[in-house]
Design a protein. Structure first.
Lengths: 234, 240
């Protein structure tokens, strides 16, 4: 069984199926780059795996534990979303420490400092988040998501707002986590960034997976981008 | 899925239990509130202004202060409490920080209890300021009964906060949250406000405390039932 897995996963909002019978698996050490046009259901899929939504039917499991009920499964997940998921009135360090404490990290203060250092934002640790630029907030958000050393990373456009240095630090961190055995589910519109990290690629359209193959079969970014555009439009 | 299909992943972290996590959340909420002072200042201003306005509108020859005070206190606490309750989950929506709480490996009830504890601290602070203000402005000679009055206020605050925090969670994502919260919560506040106002009236009238025991028992029973019921109900809301 894979670390991140779904079987027939479906989530409907009224008559509309945002996620429709998705079967996928991402094992430890793998990175699945998930592409798709706006409204394809990618964010809903991540929210199902994060335990933030209850499936209408089918199952989403992390480490074999079904979500959203399994607290132990939620502890394995690190989530980065469109929004920063930070408290603007708290400092960068306080935000990361708070998340670390909720996950029961043994030395939350030290772990938070380390996480901020790895994203190269430790020099702004004591600045309230509301005073940080969007890019720096995104780095703090990534530090918050990684502070408990998650085994399953659910990333929704994690490179949004990052400058080159931030993007490089994040790529380095994600690659190190994948080498350490983490499963990464990466939602992105950036074909080049996605393929750089991916071991597998998938394309989602209208709630369903229309492509799921190993990275090696995806070929060069330019040719994959052309296929992705064709799949999105069809 | 059966348990033997679960992967054996060594736990790196030990997540806090319900009360530990609730304390982390309450501390975070109080820190945020002390820095922004959004709900606290609004609630305090509403309380103190209401006390002053009522004083100008009040005809002491028609209604004795001792008869006016219980109702006045509980109208103030109810509406100033609602201001803080709306912020409880509203502050989490700004950057979807609520997702950090819901996706954390903590019991769902801890989120509710943490929010309720922070709300209770806010309401208790408003009460701590408003009660002496009412006693001074309306010249009520009940200084010796002040600890009992605070006790009644605190018991009632637990009930108001228990129900109000749940409705705050239910209504926060709606476009009319500020309207829906009082409309939904106020009917549930009626038993608490009635019991608290009756107990306060007996205390201010100098009647023996045994006269208020029945109302105090009602407050305690309401608190127990609604804290447990609302914490359980929140687990359903959090999953949706």
């Amino acid at each position: 069984m894979a670390l991140v897995e779904s079987r027939g996963l479906t989530r409907a909002f009224g008559p509309r199926r945002a996620v429709d019978g998705v079967d996928l698996s991402v094992d430890g050490g793998e990175c699945l780059a998930l592409f798709g046009p706006n409204g394809a259901g990618k964010t809903t899929l991540l929210r199902l795996f994060a335990g933030l939504l209850r499936p209408t039917s089918g199952t989403a499991t992390i480490g074999g534990v079904a979500l959203p009920g399994g607290a132990s499964a939620r502890g394995l997940v690190g989530l980065i979303s469109h929004q920063s998921m930070l408290y603007p009135a708290l400092t960068a360090h306080e935000n990361v420490v708070f998340s670390a404490r909720l996950h029961g990290v043994a030395n939350a203060d030290v772990a938070a400092t380390r996480a901020l250092e790895s994203l190269r934002v430790a020099d702004r640790a004591n600045t309230p988040v509301r005073s940080l630029s969007r890019g720096l907030q995104q780095r703090v958000s990534v530090a918050r998501a990684l502070v408990h050393e998650p085994r399953a990373l659910l990333l929704d456009e994690p490179f949004a707002g990052l400058d080159d240095a931030g993007a490089a630090a994040l790529t380095e961190t994600l690659a190190a986590l994948a080498r350490g055995g983490a499963a990464v589910l990466l939602v992105t519109h950036g074909v080049r960034e996605g393929l750089a990290l991916a071991t597998h690629v998938a394309v989602m359209r209208r709630g369903s997976l229309v492509l799921h193959e190993p990275r090696i079969a995806a070929g060069e970014p330019e040719s994959f981008a052309a296929r992705y555009r064709a799949l999105s439009a069809s | 899925m059966s348990a033997n299909e679960q992967l054996e992943i060594p736990a790196r972290n030990v997540a806090p239990g319900t009360f530990g996590a609730a304390l982390f959340i309450a501390r975070k909420d109080i820190t945020v509130e002390l820095r922004t002072r959004t709900a606290l200042l609004s609630a305090l201003a509403l309380s103190l202004l209401s006390i002053v306005i009522f004083n100008f509108a009040w005809d002491p020859t028609a209604v004795a202060a001792i008869d006016l005070a219980p109702g006045l206190l509980w109208v103030i606490f109810t509406f100033s409490g609602l201001l803080g309750l709306h912020r409880a989950f509203g502050a989490e929506q700004e950057e979807r920080a609520i997702d950090v709480l819901v996706s954390a490996p903590i019991p769902r009830q801890a989120i509710y209890l943490g929010k309720a504890l922070a709300n209770l601290a806010l309401v208790a602070l408003v009460q701590a300021v408003s009660i002496p203000a009412v006693l001074v402005v309306y010249n009520l000679p009940v200084a010796s009964s002040l600890p009992v009055l605070y006790g009644i206020a605190f018991l009632a605050a637990i009930g108001l906060v228990a129900v109000g925090t749940l409705f705050s969670a239910m209504t926060v994502s709606t476009r009319t949250a500020e309207l829906l919260l009082p409309v939904l919560a106020l009917p549930f506040f009626v038993p608490v406000v009635t019991a608290a106002a009756q107990a306060t009236a007996r205390l201010l009238a100098g009647r023996p405390s045994s006269d208020a025991i029945g109302w105090l028992k009602l407050l305690v029973a309401y608190d127990l039932v609604f804290v447990v019921a609302c914490a359980a109900a929140y687990t359903v809301i959090a999953d949706e």
